[in-house]
Ligand binder design. Structure first.
Ligand code: GAP
Length: 448
């Protein structure tokens, strides 16, 4: 089994992540977060919100609707250009994203360039390809009362898209925020929420999904200051990933994306590449989107997107620096950093998630040494209830024997296990076991 297989298996076994619609055999590109997964995911999204919104004076939050007026996607260019290169095997009819089935093929590959690579079909092994076609990844739906037997014109009038990025919910609220908060430039608007992409080949567990969550900021700046603000955002995001999420610096690489591979709206993009267990992949992107989006919105809506500087009186359309990260990709980066298999000094093997304490689903686990001794259980319950009053993230575990409990808590990343034993009844002290070192110390209950 590969390390990724081990992580997938742990996620299912311990209630972090289940395949979407598991009971019906799954649904490609979708995943359900279980009880532990929800807690870790919330810790990640809360940490991001705290770092980029709560702890700063210049970034404000919004929570826009997922369904947006289709003009949004005309203006943003997504209807015309949000497409991946699709190639079909003429032998077995399998369809693939051309740039993902062999090395050295980019998103902008032409049919001729693809054929020159002599790629074998990953399913049937033959080399008999149709032309490269552009496949738009937006999910189409219909809003309102559209019936299956309606004519095409009626149905088309009611077309809407599931948003492929949260960013447009920010840009379309730029004027609302400016007119209500009166922020001084530079300032940012942040949003967390679901995005949908009809990926041709969802893969690598939660890395490429059809439904994912994004955390994005549009940081509005004076056009002359974009470079310094870009550099600041670069540093800030590195510090979030390394210091708050505990990602290994050595596994994070900045990739300055060449012009031909950048998204249609970007004049500069740095992709933060991370060494995942199955290879290096984009974890997040930092893009200089210029005034592309605000100008498009002004054109499509007929409303001015100009900002007037209160101090200088200068009026201009701000430029934008955009950090954008997928929650699932961050989740997988954190899990693959934390996932460790090791042998203890007594020769026993264990799997442990060495999560940073701020991200771990539970911070403490409280147990009675023996669950069939009511005096130990009562005392342990008392300690558990007191701790729960102080901290939210405390769990109770009296299953199996103490060794099995430690193995389970190691696997879900609980940093400290507190055990109530017969000495506790005598001297009001407990054992605290450290997840990473497995060392145990005795501490008075009053000091917990
Ligand atoms: N607003 C800019 C934007 O959406 P992107 O590079 O297409 O840019 C940004 O996406 C981030 O969203 C990616 O770096 C990745 O973390 C995440 N993401 C994109 N597509 C994804 C997918 N299919 N599954 C999981 N995460 C995805």
């Amino acid at each position: 089994m590969s390390k990724l297989d081990d992580i997938v298996s742990l996620c299912k076994r311990r209630g972090f992540i289940f395949p979407g619609s598991d009971i019906y055999g799954g649904f490609a590109g979708t995943w359900d977060f279980g009880p532990l997964g929800v807690m870790l995911k919330k810790n990640l999204t809360d940490a991001w919100w705290k770092c980029f919104v709560e702890d700063r004076d210049d970034i404000y939050g919004v929570d826009a609707a997922i369904l947006m007026n289709p003009k949004t996607w005309e203006a943003s260019g997504h209807t015309a250009t949000f497409a991946d290169p699709l190639v079909e095997c003429k032998e077995c009819k399998s369809r693939f994203r051309a740039d993902k089935i062999a090395d050295g093929i980019t998103e902008s590959v032409t049919t001729e360039e693809f054929l020159e690579k002599h790629v074998a079909c990953p399913v049937c092994g033959k080399e008999n390809w149709g032309p490269i076609r552009k496949f738009n990844m937006m999910f189409v739906t219909h809003v309102g009362a559209v019936l299956p037997d309606d004519d095409a014109e009626t149905a088309n009038k009611n077309i809407a898209y599931l948003r492929p990025e949260t960013a447009q919910g920010i840009f379309t609220n730029f004027k609302n925020v400016v007119d209500t908060i009166y922020p001084n430039i530079p300032f940012g608007i942040a949003q967390q929420g679901k995005s949908f992409r009809n990926e041709i080949s969802p893969r690598d567990f939660i890395l490429r999904d059809r439904e994912c969550s994004q955390m994005e900021i549009e940081y509005f700046v004076h056009p002359n200051t974009w470079e310094e603000n870009f550099d600041k955002m670069l540093q800030l995001n590195h510090s979030f990933l390394e210091d708050v999420c505990g990602l290994d610096k050595a596994k994070l690489h900045d990739y300055d994306v060449p012009a031909e591979d950048r998204a249609h709206y970007s004049k500069r993009t740095i992709d933060f590449m991370f060494e995942y267990p199955n290879g290096e992949e984009e974890l997040m992107g930092l893009a200089y989107r210029t005034d592309f989006d605000l100008n498009n919105i002004a054109r499509e809506s007929g409303k001015s997107m100009e900002y007037r500087d209160k101090n200088t009186g200068e009026t201009y359309v701000p430029h934008v620096i955009e950090p954008s990260i997928g929650v699932e990709r961050l989740f997988l980066a954190v899990l693959s950093t934390a996932y460790t298999e090791e042998e203890l000094p007594n020769g026993e093997k264990r799997t442990v998630l060495k999560l940073p304490a701020n991200l771990a689903p539970y911070k403490f686990c409280v147990s009675p040494l023996l669950k069939n001794k009511p005096e130990l259980v009562d005392k342990a319950k008392e300690v558990y209830n007191n701790l729960r009053d102080k901290y939210t993230f405390v769990t109770w575990d009296d299953s199996g024997n103490i060794g099995k409990r430690y193995r389970k808590q190691d696997e879900i990343g609980t940093p400290k296990c507190i055990v109530i034993d017969f000495d506790t009844l005598e001297d009001d002290t407990v054992t605290i076991r450290d997840r990473d070192t497995t060392e145990q110390i005795r501490v008075p209950i009053a000091e917990l």
